[in-house]
Design a protein around this ligand. Structure first.
Ligand SMILES: [Zn+2]
Ligand SMILES: [Zn+2]
Length: 284
């Protein structure tokens, strides 16, 4: 069974997102934990979160994939911006403890002239600090694989692995259940991983470098750009350079098919409904 959903607006709360998911044939969804371009979060409606937990059980939802705001740059050169990122993540995880057992993905950041090694170290140390500050361990934090636009870190599987290793070293013990990875099909393609002609090879590479047990969710997007373009421009399913058949192989791949798939394609509601129906019709 395909677990799929799209990135919904969180403005009306969890129950609104849950009802919307069911009405479009989804059993998961993504949402921003706060304004993606600002910092402030609305106060959490605990009754709404509790109702949603029951609703999600009744409707056999797959884990949700909450998305950290884009303004979060854990490896910024400015210590004030790093504090801002850390405090936002701590606050987000504390809020997510009211809907336990879900996933939370974030962009590992842009090192902006400090070099990738410094970026990796800063992001990893922030993660360790966050895990020390948050007592609830039911939410798994996911490092998103990035396209390598500008000075983004997480552009290769090796960089993602380095963040995990350093985070565990800095935390002082393994972070198995707390730290995982979200694979974005547009980003890895733009990053130079040929999921069109060699999906098996890419998955094998992921397993060798990171370990498939870390893979918890997939952002399912087509790309406007060619392999290795390092651009990060999402396209509708089947209308980009990755194409429908390659994405169908992604949702059916033995190592991926049980994960929650999140559409972050440039669509309105009707577009998501047809993409979900199309992908469901291609489950093997
Ligand atoms: Zn993504
Ligand atoms: Zn993207």
């Amino acid at each position: 069974m395909l677990h799929i959903g799209y990135h919904e607006s969180s403005s009306d709360g969890y129950m609104a997102m849950g009802n919307e998911a069911v009405s479009v044939g989804a059993d998961t969804f993504a949402f921003f934990t706060r304004n993606p371009r600002g910092g402030a979060a609305k106060p959490l409606d605990k009754a709404d979160a509790a109702s949603f937990c029951t609703f999600a059980r009744e409707h056999a939802f797959a884990p949700l994939v909450a998305h950290a705001p884009y303004t979060m740059n854990p490896c910024a050169a400015d210590p004030g911006l790093r504090d801002f990122a850390r405090n936002m993540m701590i606050d987000d995880l504390n809020r997510l403890s009211y809907t336990p057992g879900n996933l939370y993905n974030f962009h590992p950041g842009s090192h902006v002239k400090q070099g990738a090694d410094v970026g990796i170290a800063l992001t990893a140390d922030m993660l360790a600090a966050v895990f020390r500050a948050v007592s609830d361990i039911s939410t798994t934090v996911l490092i998103e694989t990035m396209a390598g636009k500008g000075s983004e870190i997480g552009r290769t599987f090796e960089e993602v692995r380095a963040i995990i290793d350093r985070a565990e070293q800095s935390f002082g013990k393994p972070l198995d259940g707390r730290l995982g990875v979200c694979l974005d099909t547009c980003h890895v393609w733009d990053g130079g991983y040929d999921i069109v002609n060699d999906l098996d090879g890419v998955i094998t590479q992921f397993d060798k470098v990171i370990g498939l047990e870390r893979l918890k969710a997939v952002h399912l997007n087509d790309s406007m750009n060619v392999l290795g373009a390092h651009k990060d421009r999402h396209q509708k399913i089947g209308q980009g350079e990755i194409g429908l058949e390659a994405l169908v192989r992604v949702i059916n791949h033995a190592a991926l098919k049980d994960k929650p798939f999140i559409l972050e394609t440039p669509n309105e509601r009707a577009g998501y409904i047809s993409e979900i129906a199309l992908l469901k019709s291609r489950v093997q």
